[in-house]
Design a binder for this molecule. Sequence first.
Ligand code: KG4
Ligand code: ZN
Length: 331
Amino acid sequence: MIVLGIETSCDDTSAAIFDGKNLLANVISTQLIHRNFGGIVPELASRAHIQLILPVIRQTIDQAHLSLQNIEGIAVTRGPGLAGSLLVGLSVAKGLSFSLQIPFIGINHLEGHIWANRLHHESLDPPFITLIVSGGHTQLVHVTRWGKYKVIGRTRDDAAGEAFDKVGKLLGLGYPGGPAIENHAKTGNDKYVVFPRAYLKKGSFDFSFSGLKTSVLNHVHAIGPEKKEQHLCDIARCFQDAVVDVLVEKTIRAAQKCQVDIVCLAGGVAVNKALQQRMKQKCSESGISVLWPPPMLCTDNGGMIACAGHDYLTRNISSPLSLSPLPSENL
Ligand code: KG4
Ligand code: ZN
């Protein structure tokens, strides 16, 4: 079945085509306007989605060397995300579904991130643990079978990506902070300062990054602007190490507790090479395999939505045209 996937939950306008085996096209237009504001402005995001969505879909279909009439089903992100942004993707999906007389399915964005690993590793099958680390979410999910998800840990305050973005802003590295911090951290001294790691109550799989963020803020204020510039790479390195330590330790403990031997990384922060390498090293010491998708499938993209949707649509599960966006939906 040829499925068109549409993703507009945040600041990426994306469409993709998946035929059950191959991703024939995956076009992502990241809205740059938000960089002027140091973060995402919801109203601007919805307006940009309105302008971008049809050209992005057209480009996707062209790249796949198909025509609209070849599409047999549509998958679209229904939540969680920004209400106005979700509404744009959902409305287009419903319009296409109605006019082409083909089924559509609303997909949970976090479930999409989990399926992104399947797109790249065709033989991946549950059970496994997925660490979803993005700008809006940090969750440890036990996938017992496809479609069956148990969230065993989540952040109590900032998401990991949000912490990267806030610390990036604080260090004057612009938005988004993640890639810039990773770059600076490469030449940073890991012994410069020890920032706190929040492991919370013994045995907890929840995360907390707001204390770490405040600690970086206090440090930057204490040393003053000149020293901050001088130690930018060191601060970036010590901050990144603190985030990575907690993510790796909790993920491995979760895999051991759930008795699974596969760990998957998903979401924008999964692009981070320090996280990938540390996770790989620690997992191999514990006999656990670790997978992550290429960068284009880690960050928000229509491909992961098309892939998740293909699974539902081929089992004849679809959504009614009355489906509304679900901005606060959980897994
Ligand atoms: O999954 P995503 O594209 O969007 C959400 O669903 O939020 O993730 C975006 C997040 C941003 O917070 C960004 O700073 C972070 O992923 N990110 C990174 C890296 N690349 C993107 N964080 C750390 N290291 C990176 N290389
Ligand atoms: Zn996402």
